[in-house]
Every structure is written in C-alpha cells, then in structure tokens.
Design a protein around this ligand. Sequence first.
Ligand code: PRT
Ligand code: ZN
Length: 286
Amino acid sequence: MKTILKVAVQKSGRLSEASLKLISECGVSFPARIAKLKAQAFNFPVELLYLRDDDIPGYVADRVSDVGIIGENVLLEKGVKLEVVQRLGFSKCRLCIAVPKDFNYQGNTSLQGLNIATSYPRILGDYLEKNGVKAHIHQISGSVEIAPSIGLAEAVCDIVSTGSTLVSNGLVEVETLLKSEAVLVAHPHLEEEKQQILEQLLFRIRSVKAANNNKYILLNAPNEAIDKITSLLPGMRSPTVLPLAQPGWSSLHSVVNEDDFWEVIEKLRQAGAEGILVVPIEKMIL
Ligand code: PRT
Ligand code: ZN
C-alpha cells in the first residue's frame, strides 16, 4: 500500500485558513471541503485530518496523525514532547499577564497572592514557580478577559494579538510569558518513507515562505550608479545587470527582503534608481 503522510490541521478557527493556504501554495490539492473529517490530496501523498487545535499535539504523539500545524502556545501548554520541524510565521501572538489599568503594578511580585484567570495553567504555573511568585491559578476555558470585571480574578493570563480585547476590557499588559506563532510539529520517530514525504513537504514550505518574505525588484539606473546600487541590493547572488536601449543606462534585477523593503527602496532612489518595479515571487528555491 502506498505510504501517506497524515497532516492534522485545525478544523475551524484562527489557524485553519492560513494552514490550508500554505498547503495549497505547496502545490498540494484537495477535493472541496464538505464537512469531512479527512481528505486525501489528489497529487501528493498527504491526507489532511481536520481536528480541534487542542487535540492535535496528543494525536500526533499517539500517531493518529504524523504531523500537525498548531500554535506553539498550545504545544507548550499541552506539555507533549514533539519536534517543531518548521516555524510557519502566521498566527503570531503572545501570552501575557494583564491587570486592570488602575492596578498599581510594580513588577511580578505584585502578582503575589492574586487570583489569575487563564486557559494556560501549565505555562502560567511554570512562570510563577520560576519567579518565586505564589498566586492562585483560576482555570477557565474562554472569555478570560472578563474575569476581573465580574470579580472572578484580579489578573488574567491570556493570548494577545492586537491588544484591543485587553483595552476594551480596561486591562493592561504587564508581563509577556511567551511569543507564539504557528508551527509544524512531527512525531519524533516517523518511518523512513513518511520522513521522506515530510522532507519534500518541508522543502516546498520553505520555498513558499522564502517567496512570501521576498520581492523581485527591477529598476533602471545610469551606468555610473551601478556599483552603488549593487551594494544596496543583496539579492540571491548579485543583481542581474542588462543594458537598456538608451546608451549609458542599465536595468538591474534583484530580490529584496520584505523586512527592509522600504528602507532599501528609499536608498535606491537616492542612489539614482528610476522606474522601480516590484513584483511578488511565487516560489523561491534556495
Ligand atoms: O476550536 P478550537 O479549539 O480548534 O480553536 P480555539 O478556539 O481553541 O483556538 P482559536 O482558533 O481561537 O486560536 C487558534 C490559535 O491562534 C491560538 O492557539 C493561537 O496560537 C493563535 N492566535 C493568534 C490567537 C490569537 N491570535 C488571538 N488573538 N488565539 C486567540 N486569540 C484571542 C485571545 O484569546 C483573546 O480572546 O483573541 C483575543 C485577543 O485578540 P486581540 O487581537 O484583541 O489582542
Ligand atoms: Zn482550541
């Protein structure tokens, strides 16, 4: 029988769309999703399992699934030992302690003796223990941010992304326990054939991620500016330089990282670049 790699993804929630988009950008196609629990790809030896995110670490540990995409926060909270084989860069968030805005917070000793509401008792417990703070952890499964206003707790420990939920509940962030993003986790002992499929998938994921983080840039410049402009364009090796029909001018092509994109564009303009075109890259093979 043909070996298939089972990949667990969140059924519906904040990770679902980005997880499926990533898999589809890897050129792996699935039948349209009709409230199914699993689906096999047409063109790659992968089967998707649609699960609740909290169940994914346990299912991968038990080999119900071979790999899974989850928030690192969930992985750490479950305390399941799995290998993070790739950080995926989406669903970025942080786990924070927050207190009412009129609380006179003086560092984590101010948490001593408080009731702290959270859905992350393990991570919070570890943090308090490491910092020698004795507080009462009140575990709740949702709507943590309302706990102080209904008198359930004096502080909360919850996931924050934009921070607007905290603000609208009159809370301020005082400690960051963890920075999280979606990760691909794998069972530590996959059989050889599954490991090979995983390697192929990882190669595609890394190419997609590199492409998303970079832009292809084309510009025109007078020949005397080429050296200066080349020094500003790191590129994959060095920029391509092609002569323009107009004498004394060239066209330069290169790749620029998304993170320092605007800064580089500004410097290129100052160095004499004109007619700058920026184009998305679909795949980038490193
Ligand atoms: O049903 P299932 O169990 O599968 O899903 P879930 O409801 O447990 O999880 P879901 O879909 O809400 O989140 C999945 C993962 O997304 C989390 O484990 C995090 O890794 C990640 N993530 C990213 C977030 C957020 N951003 C986020 N903002 N998870 C939750 N939130 C919540 C947070 O709990 C708080 O209520 O959003 C609110 C704060 O958002 P801001 O933008 O107002 O700060
Ligand atoms: Zn969940």
